[in-house]
Design a protein around this ligand. Structure first.
Ligand code: NAD
Length: 384
C-alpha cells in the first residue's frame, strides 16, 4: 500500500482555533497516526507549511510540533505547485481575500467559518471556486459533536415521532477583563469594525446545524444586544465593545419545526453544558450537550403538578435516560479534515462545500437585518 504526500499551506495557525483544533488536534494528530486512509487502502500524509506574520512564532510552532516547513511569505507559498491545499483559520475579515488569492493560484481551499464577513463576498468566493473547479470546504464542526451525532441517530431511528420544536442555549460568561479576571476570548470578537459580533459568529453554525438535523431554515427573527459595552483587551486597554454579544433568535424550518436559539457571551451557566439543544417530538424528547445526550420517551414522561404552595418534589433531571457511548467519538475537526483530505486526493463524497458556509453568512446577515428592522425575514435560496 502506498503513501501519498499532500502539501497544505496553513494560515492563521498561531490563533486559538488554528493552533488548537486544526494544527494540534487535526493535522499533527493525523501525522502521528500515520496519515489518512483512502478507500483502496493507500494513505495520505499531510505535509503542512505553516505561514504567519511573525517568523519566530511560526518557527517555534513548527519546531514544537515536528513540522519542517514554515514561512512568512504567503505569496511564495501559494506559488509552490507542490502544495495543493490552502487552509485559513485567521480572522474572519481577511478570509474572502485570502481564499480568492488561493483559488486564483489553483489551490483547493478549506477554511474556518464564516467564509466571509459579508454575503456578497462569500458568494463571490463560492462562484470562483466553482469556476476554477477546485475542491473546497468550510468547517462545520458542530455536526461532529457527539451530542449532536446522538440527536441525529435518534432522529434517524424515528425516536422523536414528529419533531416540532428545538430550543438551543449557547453561551457562558466571557470576562470583561477589568477586575482581575482576564477575558478568555480574543477582543476582536467584541468590535464591529474587526468582524466581531455573536450573530455573525454563531448564526453561521446554527444554519448548518438546523439545515442538517431538523429542517432547512426558511425564516428568521432575531433580536441582538450588546449587554456589556466596555471590555478590556489583551493589552489591558479599555475599549468600546460595540458588537452584539447576545442574540435571541427564532427560526421557522421546512417541515414545520420551530427552533429558538439563545446565543450569549454574557450568561452564567446552569444547564448540562455550554451548548444544549432540547428537541421535542410527539413520541419523545431529547437534550444534547457537547458530548452527552439524554432522552425521555412518551411512555416515560412524568405528570408534574403545578402547585406553588409546596416545594417541587420532582427532580426533573433524574427523569431522563442517557444515550450510551456505543462508539468512539473522535475530535470533530479531525474527522472533517480526514474527510476533506480523502475528498481532495480520492474524490470521495463531501458535504461541506463553501456554498454551505455561504448559507451561514446569509442567515447571519438576515439575523442582523431582522434585528435592525424589528421583523421576520424569509431566507431565500442561493444559487451560484
Ligand atoms: N469553528 C468554531 O467553532 C470557531 C470557534 C472560534 C473561532 N472560529 C473562527 O476562527 C477564526 C479565528 O478565530 P480565533 O478565535 O482563532 O481568533 P484568534 O484571534 O485567536 O486568531 C486569529 C489568527 O489570525 C491571525 N491574524 C490576525 N490579524 C492578522 C493580520 N492582519 N494578518 C495576518 N494574520 C492575522 C493571528 O495571528 C491568528 O493566527 C475566525 O474566523 C472565527 O470565526 C471558529
Amino acid at each position: 500500500m502506498g503513501i501519498h504526500r499532500l502539501g497544505i499551506v496553513m494560515y492563521g495557525v498561531t490563533g486559538r482555533m488554528g493552533l488548537n483544533q486544526h494544527l494540534v488536534r487535526s493535522i499533527v494528530a493525523i501525522r502521528e497516526q500515520g496519515g489518512v486512509r483512502l478507500p483502496g487502502g493507500d494513505r495520505v500524509m499531510p505535509d503542512p507549511i505553516l505561514v504567519g506574520r511573525n517568523a519566530e512564532r511560526v518557527a517555534a510552532l513548527a519546531r514544537e510540533h515536528g513540522i519542517e516547513r514554515f514561512t512568512t511569505d504567503l505569496e511564495a507559498a501559494l506559488k509552490n505547485p507542490g502544495d495543493e491545499v490552502f487552509f485559513d483559520a485567521a480572522t474572519t475579515q481577511m478570509r474572502a481575500d485570502l481564499l480568492t488569492r488561493a483559488i486564483e493560484a489553483g489551490k483547493h481551499v478549506y477554511c474556518e467559518k464564516p467564509v466571509a464577513d459579508q454575503l456578497d463576498k462569500a458568494i463571490a468566493v463560492a462562484k470562483l471556486a466553482k469556476a476554477k473547479k477546485v475542491k473546497n470546504g468550510v468547517v462545520q464542526d458542530k455536526l461532529f459533536l457527539p451530542g449532536l451525532r446522538k440527536i441525529k441517530m435518534l432522529r434517524d431511528s424515528g425516536f422523536f415521532g414528529r419533531m416540532f420544536a428545538v430550543r438551543g442555549e449557547f453561551g457562558y460568561w466571557v470576562f470583561e477583563g477589568d477586575w482581575g479576571q482576564p477575558a478568555q476570548r480574543p477582543s476582536w470578537n467584541y468590535r464591529k469594525a474587526d468582524g466581531g459580533g455573536i450573530i455573525l459568529d454563531m448564526l453561521c453554525h446554527w444554519r448548518y446545524v438546523l439545515d442538517n438535523l431538523f429542517g432547512k431554515v426558511r425564516a428568521v427573527s432575531c433580536l441582538g444586544a450588546t449587554h456589556i459595552p466596555k471590555r478590556v483587551d489583551e493589552n489591558g486597554k479599555l475599549y468600546d465593545a460595540d458588537a452584539d454579544d447576545a442574540a435571541y433568535a427564532t427560526f421557522q424550518l421546512e417541515g414545520g419545526v420551530i427552533a429558538h436559539i439563545n446565543s450569549s457571551w454574557d450568561v452564567r451557566v446552569r444547564r448540562d453544558d455550554l451548548v444544549t439543544f432540547q428537541v421535542d417530538g410527539t413520541h419523545g424528547s431529547a437534550v444534547a450537550g457537547l458530548s452527552k445526550c439524554w432522552t425521555q420517551h412518551r411512555v416515560n414522561t412524568p405528570r408534574p403538578v403545578w402547585n406553588p404552595d409546596i416545594p417541587q418534589t420532582m427532580n426533573f433531571f433524574s427523569q431522563w435516560e442517557e444515550v450510551p457511548d456505543n462508539i468512539v467519538y473522535e475530535n470533530g475537526f479531525k474527522i472533517q479534515w480526514e474527510d476533506f483530505i480523502r475528498h481532495v486526493v480520492a474524490d470521495t463524497p463531501w458535504h461541506h462545500e463553501i456554498i454551505e458556509g455561504v448559507k451561514g453568512v446569509q442567515l447571519a446577515e438576515l439575523g442582523l437585518q431582522s434585528w435592525a428592522e424589528r421583523r421576520w425575514l424569509d431566507v431565500p435560496e442561493i444559487t451560484i
